[in-house]
Design a binder for this molecule. Structure first.
Ligand code: CA
Length: 228
C-alpha cells in the first residue's frame, strides 16, 4: 500500500509521512510538482495525495500530465475552499478533494476509500471492510478476525495480510511483497518476506481448519479460499 505525497509545505509533508507510516502505509514524499510528477509516473502507487499549490508545476498541471499515463487515484489537498476551485480540481481528474486544514483521520478514511475504489451506494464502513471466507479485515480500525476471533497481528503482518487480501486470488512474488510492505528492493540475502509469511500463517491459518494463505512454489504467495 504505497502512497505518494506531493506537498511543498515541509512541516505538513513530514507530518503526513510520519502519520501515514504509522497507519501502515509505505510513503514517498516529493516537495515540488516536478519531482512529484516524475515519481508518480515512474512508480507504482495506490493513492497520490497532491497539493494544489506547488512550485514548479502546480497541482492541476501535475494532474493533467498524470492522467495521460496513469489511473492512480488522486486526492487533492488545497487551502482554497471556494466552490469554483473545488470544481476545477475535480474537473482536472482528481478523485477526491480535501480542504486544509483537515483532520488526519478524515484523510486516512478517504485514502482507504480511494484504495478500495468505492462503488456508488457503498457506505464508508462497507468500502473499508475486506472479506474472504470467514476472514474479515477492518481497514479503518486496523483489525482482523477469522470466524469472529480477533487476530493479534503486528503492524507489518496486518499490512501483509491487507496486501494479499486486496489482491486475493493473485499470486504475489516475494519481490513485490517486499516492495509493497517494506518499501525495499528484494535482496536474496534476506528472508524477511518468508519469515513474515510464516508468522502470519501461524496466526491466520494454524488455529483454523481451512488454510487461506497458499505457497506457490517458485512463484510466491496467494490468499484464496480453495474448496476442499
Ligand atoms: Ca502548497
Amino acid at each position: 500500500m504505497k502512497i505518494l505525497v506531493i506537498e511543498d509545505e515541509f512541516k505538513l509533508a513530514e507530518y503526513l509521512r510520519k502519520g501515514l507510516t504509522e497507519e501502515g502505509f509505505v510513503v514517498d514524499v516529493a516537495n515540488n510538482g516536478i519531482d512529484g510528477l516524475h515519481l508518480a509516473v515512474e512508480g507504482q502507487y495506490d493513492v497520490i495525495v497532491l497539493d494544489r499549490m506547488l512550485p514548479g508545476i502546480d497541482g492541476l498541471g501535475v494532474m493533467a500530465a498524470l492522467k495521460q499515463s496513469k489511473q492512480t487515484p488522486v486526492l487533492m489537498l488545497t487551502a482554497l475552499s471556494r466552490v469554483e476551485d473545488r470544481v476545477s480540481g475535480l474537473q482536472s481528474g482528481a478523485d477526491d478533494y480535501l480542504v486544509k486544514p483537515f483532520a488526519f483521520s478524515e484523510l486516512v478514511a478517504r485514502i482507504q476509500v480511494l484504495m478500495r475504489r468505492v462503488t456508488p451506494g457503498q457506505t464508508l464502513a462497507e468500502a473499508t471492510m475486506l472479506k474472504l471466507a470467514d476472514l474479515e479485515v477492518d481497514l479503518l480500525r486496523r483489525r482482523a478476525s477469522r470466524a469472529g476471533q480477533r487476530l493479534d497481528l503486528t503492524a507489518k503482518e496486518f499490512n501483509l495480510l491487507t496486501l494479499l487480501l486486496r489482491r486475493q486470488g493473485e499470486v504475489l512474488s516475494r519481490t513485490e511483497i517486499a516492495e509493497q510492505v517494506w518499501n525495499m528492493n528484494f535482496d536474496s540475502e534476506t528472508n524477511v518476506v518468508d519469515v513474515a509469511i510464516r508468522r502470519l500463517r501461524s496466526k491466520l491459518d494454524l488455529p483454523f481448519d481451512r488454510p487461506l494463505l497458499q505457497t506457490m512454489r517458485g512463484m510466491g504467495y496467494v490468499l484464496e479460499d480453495r474448496p476442499s
